[in-house]
Structures are given as structure tokens and as C-alpha cells.
Design a protein around this ligand. Structure first.
Ligand SMILES: N[C@@H](CCC(=O)N[C@@H](CS)C(=O)NCC(=O)O)C(=O)O
Length: 227
């Protein structure tokens, strides 16, 4: 596993999040890209509850992940994953056409697919029970389902969006993972696509590493450890 305490690449992650969020915090996609590329990294854990004041100098919005590698300091998981992808042909094809297509899908994941899914998560998880959420939900579901249908058509019967797995698939699978089948209709080909992504050894290693970094609920509650 490329998580090493003396690694030159540092990624920030939260030390604790509620159970429903575990496996969905966005350092996961960065860890996944690093695992695919075989690059060692270390994590710096910060509290999700009491964000250190000086952290905003690194990540203007106080969010995770933040990435540091020598003089390179980055925020925004999409930018970080693209930066990592540039280092490894397995994530970013070297031929100009393949590279452009991989970037196109990466941006589509972040710009055309993920926002609707996160809006739905706001409605169903964070604002559940609020009147505006009840009124907004049918249209929000329709919009996401429309996008999913078009994405399923573009994927067709291929395993990946292009001839082989790229950074575009990594970000697309990550965006789709925040969908819940009991909240809307997900085309079968996309369910299988996400399962293919999650079956990759690099994804599994990233998931295990994120889980291992969380301090336990018991430590937070009974021992008063700062989350
Ligand atoms: N667009 C940012 C979003 C990062 C983000 O939303 N991170 C969440 C964890 S998944 C976070 O730090 N939430 C706390 C907050 O927004 O204050 C990215 O992709 O890096």
C-alpha cells in the first residue's frame, strides 16, 4: 500500500466523519489515483469539526483534500487527480487524442454529472424534511436521471468510457458512487460500471486506507478525542 509516513506527497483528510459519509470523503479519489499510479503518499488528518484556522491559507474553503508535493500545493480534488494522472500513462494516455478524451470525461464527471448528484444528496440527506426540498425533488430527480440515461448511452456495452480505463473513468465512477439506487432509477450498465471501478485493487486499497485513518466513534465520544 503506498501510504508511507515519509512519502513526499501529502494529502489532507478528515480524522472523523459520521458513518454515512465514510467512503465518500473526497480524499478517496486522490488516494485512488495515487494507488493507480503506484505513488507513495502520507496523510495529514484534520478535524472536520474544528478546522484549524491556518488551514484556510492552504485550502481557501477549509475543505479536504489538499495536496502538497514539494513546491506544488493544490486544492480541488479534480485538479489534484488530473495532476496525478499526468504522471502516469495508465491514468492519462500519452497520445494527444486519448489524452484530450480522458480530460473531456474527467471534466464531464465534475461538471455535468457530479453537481446534479450532489444537489440530490442535499435534498435527500442534508435538507430532508424541508419544504423546499420536497418541492424541488421531482425536477432534480428528472434532471439526474436524464443525465444518467445519456451517460449510459455513451458508455454502451464498453467496460470504460474510452478503449481503456483512464482518469475520466476514475472521476466518473467516483461521482456516480454518491447515487443511491433507492432514491432514483440508475441504468444497469452504470451500476455495473461503478462495480467495475470499485473492484479495481487500487480502489480497494484507497478505500481501506481512508477507513483506517478515521478515529473510532468510541475515541471521539468516550475519551473526548477531538474529531
Ligand atoms: N470541490 C471540492 C469539494 C471538496 C469537499 O466538498 N470536501 C468535503 C469533504 S467530501 C469537505 O471538506 N466538506 C467540509 C466543508 O465543506 O466545509 C473538491 O472536489 O475538492
Amino acid at each position: 500500500m503506498p501510504q508511507k509516513t515519509d512519502a513526499p506527497i501529502e494529502v489532507t483528510a478528515f480524522s472523523w466523519v459520521p458513518p454515512f459519509a465514510r467512503g465518500h470523503v473526497r480524499d478517496l479519489r486522490v488516494r485512488w489515483a495515487l494507488e493507480e499510479a503506484g505513488l507513495d503518499y502520507r496523510t495529514r488528518l484534520i478535524s472536520a469539526i474544528d478546522r484549524p484556522a491556518d488551514y484556510y491559507r492552504e485550502q481557501p474553503f477549509g475543505q479536504v483534500p489538499h495536496y502538497r508535493e514539494g513546491d506544488v500545493a493544490l486544492f480541488e480534488s479534480g485538479a489534484i487527480v488530473l495532476h496525478i494522472a499526468e504522471k502516469d500513462e495508465r491514468l492519462m494516455p500519452r497520445d494527444p487524442v486519448g489524452r484530450a478524451r480522458a480530460i473531456t470525461w474527467a471534466v464531464a464527471a465534475l461538471n455535468s454529472i457530479e453537481p446534479g448528484i450532489m444537489h440530490l444528496a442535499d435534498i435527500d440527506l442534508f435538507c430532508a424534511g424541508q419544504e423546499w426540498a420536497r418541492l424541488r425533488r421531482p425536477d432534480a430527480v428528472r434532471q439526474v436521471e436524464g443525465r444518467l440515461d445519456r451517460l449510459a448511452a455513451a458508455l454502451g456495452d464498453k467496460p470504460w468510457l474510452e478503449e481503456r480505463f483512464t482518469v475520466g473513468d476514475l472521476l466518473m465512477v467516483e461521482a456516480l458512487r454518491n447515487l443511491s439506487p433507492d432514491r432514483l432509477a440508475i441504468p444497469d450498465v452504470l451500476t455495473a460500471y461503478v462495480a467495475r471501478g470499485e473492484a479495481r485493487p487500487a480502489f480497494k486499497a484507497a478505500m481501506a486506507a481512508q477507513m483506517a485513518d478515521f478515529i473510532s466513534d468510541d475515541a471521539v465520544q468516550s475519551e473526548g478525542v477531538s474529531a
